[in-house]
Ligand binder design. Structure first.
Ligand code: SPV
Ligand code: MG
Length: 328
């Protein structure tokens, strides 16, 4: 029989924690244990996991372009034994990054599967995906080249997620990309106008998605300053005091949690921090290991040259040629 996940629901955590919930991405059991056991100076803990498209695909060694559909990613989570994430230690809630939602016909299966593996929040972004594999990550330098979905059509997608979630404890969340899909202008007057237009567009979309019945709204930004997000939070809160608001302080990571909560945010997601930290850390370590163990290659000037050039492809070829790795 399928083990029953004992994760906490996002909605009950919001109620229990005064509408302030903290999530962090994890991409393997080890990183999950790190966030489960981490305690901040103020005694604050992570409430749950963000199943990030970026870090899940990076872990698999493929780009974050939505070549693997949300249903395929959810299936991989279900199959890799992730159900066990809550069976020992402190239970964590979980939110799933559903990219642009995938095939509309697969939404009932996607929501059912997410619910089965104990996920309490599904987040769908309003990017216009022209074909599988055409998504641009929101923080990529080229994110301004990605168009946004028509807001009314996207509202239809939200309704499909809501319909599939009936009777399930899973919050449908609309993610607004008006700030990340904007192309920055070099002229200051044009730049100001473009920012104002993006704000207007973001607010219009939020109200449209609210009318479609979303449970939560996420506002994303790639600005190093939190200003546009904070302004959006204040403006949206003046219209609707209740809907759960979600933010992702990656590019504006110096901003405190308190200032985001004070502006009206309810869920803060640290979206790819552990994977980014891992990538930054392992490169220099592997360089060091190679640099400190040159004896193996003492007479092998070609392999040494590959090491000195930090050319891993060249080094792997030399290792294979010399059968250091035995027969393949
Ligand atoms: C992810 O973590 O996959 C996200 C957040 O979607 S971001 O990478 O900032 O777009
Ligand atoms: Mg993503």
């Amino acid at each position: 029989s399928v083990p029953k996940p004992s994760s906490l629901s996002v909605s009950s955590l919001l109620a229990k924690k005064n509408n302030k919930v903290l999530l962090c991405e994890t991409h393997d059991r080890f990183s999950t244990e790190i966030i489960r056991n981490g305690v901040g100076k103020d005694g604050q803990v992570f409430d749950g996991i963000w199943y990030s498209g970026l870090t899940q695909t990076t872990y698999l060694g493929v780009p974050d372009v939505e070549l693997i559909s949300p249903l395929q990613r959810a299936s991989l989570l279900a199959l890799n034994g992730d159900l066990k994430r809550t069976t020992n230690g402190r239970p964590l809630c979980a939110a799933f990054d559903a990219d642009s939602g995938g095939n509309i016909g697969e939404i009932p299966a996607l929501v059912t599967l997410l619910s089965l593996v104990g996920i309490g929040m599904v987040i769908v972004e309003d990017k216009a995906l022209t074909a599988p594999g055409q998504k641009v990550n929101s923080l990529a330098a080229t994110s301004g080249t990605q168009g946004q979905a028509d807001p009314d059509e996207f509202a239809g997608l939200i309704r499909a997620f809501k319909a599939a979630s009936t009777g399930r404890d899973i919050l449908t969340t609309a993610r607004i990309e008006s700030f990340t899909c904007r192309i920055a202008k070099s002229d200051p007057v044009e730049e100001k106008e473009s920012c104002e237009k993006a704000m207007e567009d973001a607010l219009h979309r939020a109200k449209t998605y609210y009318a479609a019945g979303v449970d939560a709204i996420m506002i994303h930004s790639k600005s190093k300053s939190p200003d546009e997000v904070i302004q959006f939070l204040h403006k949206y809160r003046a219209f609707d005091p209740h809907t759960t608001l979600v933010v992702v302080p990656t590019s504006y990571s110096a901003t405190t949690k308190e200032s985001l909560y004070a502006a009206g945010a309810n869920v803060i997601i640290y979206a790819n921090h552990l994977m980014r930290a891992k990538i930054t850390a392992v490169g220099p370590i592997s360089d060091k290991v190679l640099a400190q163990n040159p004896d193996l290659f003492i007479d092998d000037k070609e392999a040494l040259a590959c090491i000195q050039a930090r050319n891993y492809g060249c080094l792997l070829r030399k290792l294979r040629e010399r059968s250091y790795w035995g027969e393949e």
